[in-house]
Design a protein around this ligand. Structure first.
Ligand code: X1X
Length: 338
C-alpha cells in the first residue's frame, strides 16, 4: 500500500512481481525529509500483456510529471488475485492502489458501470474511439466513485471479444444451450441468455479448469488474454462474434489517492489519461496480430459466425431494458448516436 519513507534522490523504481510484503491499509509515515511514495499495482498477466505494459507506461509518465519520489510495486501473474478481488481491495483501500479493470467486474458496487462493456454496444473501432474521446461515461464514473471510492484515471482496452470454445460454435443452432462462462455483471449473462446460450458467472482464474474438466464448454475473451493465459490449450476454437470492443478503466483507490501530495495527484491524473491512450493504441493495434500469431502457431482455429447481424437484433431489447433499469436510457441513446 501507500508507503512513505525518506528518499534522497529521485528514482523511478518499478518492481515487477516481487514477493508480497504484507500490506493492509496505507502506511503513511511523513517525515521532514523528502518522501518516497510507493504505489502498488496488480496485473493478472505477465509483462507481455497490454495491461501490464500500460501500467508500466503509467509509472514512467508519473515519474516524468512528478518532481518528488515515486516507486511502483507492480505485482504480475495474478499474484494478488483476479479483478473480482482487486475491486474489493480498491474499495477498502487495502493491498493495491491501482489497476486495470473490466467494468463488469465492478458491478457489485456500481450497477451502472457494466454499461461500458455491455456486449454489442460499439459498432466498430471508430465508434468506440468516438465514445471514449467524449465524456459520455462521466455519470457512470461518478457512481463508481460515490459508491466504491474508486476513481477512473484513464481508459485503456481495444481488444475484440469473441467466443472461445472447446468445440466450434459457428451459428445460432450451435450456440443454443452452449455452456459458457461470462463475467459477473448480470447484464453479461442476460445478453448471452438472450442469444440462447447457457451462461454462468465464473471467476476468471477458474475458467481454464472449468473448460478442461467439461463444467463449461467455453467463454468469451480478447486475443491478448487468450494468448497470455494460454486458454487455447483447452479452448482452441475462436468464433468471430466480435461482440465487444473492450473498455478497460485504469482505476485507483480514492483512499490511496487522497493521501498523496497534490502535485502527485495531478501527475497521476495526467499520466492515467495518457497511459490509457497508449494502451488503447497498443491493444487495438495488436489484437488482429495476436489472433493471427495463434492461428500460425496452430493454437486456434478461427471461424465466422453465420448471421451475426441477427445477434445484434436479439440483444437490443436486453440492452434497452438494462439502460432503463439503471436510469441510463438517454446515455445509451447518446452513445448509440455517436
Ligand atoms: O473475462 C474476464 O474476466 C477478463 O478478460 C480479459 O482478460 C480482460 O478483459 C480482463 O479485464 C477481464 O475482464
Amino acid at each position: 500500500m501507500l508507503n512513505f519513507d525518506g528518499m534522497k534522490r529521485k528514482t523511478l523504481g518499478l518492481a515487477l512481481g516481487l514477493a508480497l510484503a504484507a500490506g493492509t491499509g496505507a502506511a503513511f509515515a511523513p517525515t521532514a525529509h523528502a518522501q518516497e511514495v510507493t504505489l502498488r499495482g496488480a496485473s493478472m498477466f505477465d509483462e507481455n500483456h497490454a495491461f501490464t505494459k500500460t501500467m508500466v507506461k503509467f509509472a514512467e509518465l508519473v515519474d516524468q510529471y512528478y518532481d518528488g519520489e515515486t516507486k511502483f510495486d507492480l505485482r504480475l501473474n495474478g499474484e494478488l488475485g483476479v479483478e473480482k478481488d482487486y475491486v474489493n481491495f480498491l474499495q477498502q483501500g487495502v493491498a493495491i492502489d491501482y489497476t486495470i479493470m473490466a467494468p463488469s467486474n465492478m458491478a457489485k458496487f456500481a450497477p451502472s458501470i457494466p454499461l461500458m462493456d455491455m456486449p454489442f454496444l460499439f459498432r466498430d473501432l471508430d465508434h468506440w474511439n468516438k465514445v471514449l474521446s467524449s465524456d459520455a461515461f462521466g455519470p457512470l464514473e461518478a457512481e463508481l466513485e460515490k459508491n466504491a471510492d474508486i476513481m477512473v484515471i484513464g481508459y485503456t482496452g481495444g481488444g475484440v471479444r469473441n467466443l472461445v470454445s472447446s468445440k466450434p460454435i459457428t451459428n445460432l443452432d450451435e450456440l443454443a444451450g452452449h455452456k459458457m462462462r461470462v463475467m459477473g455483471a448480470p447484464i453479461q449473462a442476460q445478453i448471452f441468455a438472450a442469444l440462447t446460450a447457457a451462461p454462468s458467472a465464473i471467476a476468471y482464474n477458474e475458467v481454464y479448469n472449468a473448460i478442461q474438466s467439461g463444467v463449461i464448454a467455453g467463454f468469451e475473451n480478447e486475443a491478448a488474454s487468450i494468448q497470455n493465459l494460454k486458454f487455447y490449450e483447452v479452448a482452441p476454437n475462436v468464433t468471430l462474434t466480435k461482440h465487444t470492443i473492450t473498455v478497460r478503466p485504469i482505476v485507483m483507490s480514492g483512499k490511496s489517492f487522497r493521501k498523496l501530495p497534490e502535485a502527485l495527484q495531478a501527475a497521476i491524473k495526467k499520466a492515467g489519461s495518457e497511459a490509457g491512450a497508449f494502451g488503447r493504441e497498443l491493444e487495438s493495434r495488436e489484437d488482429g496480430i495476436k489472433l493471427q500469431e495463434m492461428v500460425d502457431a496452430g493454437q486456434i482455429k478461427v471461424s465466422e459466425f453465420e448471421g451475426r447481424d441477427k445477434l445484434l437484433e436479439m440483444v437490443i431489447p436486453v440492452q434497452d431494458a438494462f439502460a432503463a433499469e439503471i436510469n441510463a436510457s438517454d446515455l445509451l441513446t447518446a452513445v448509440r448516436g455517436m
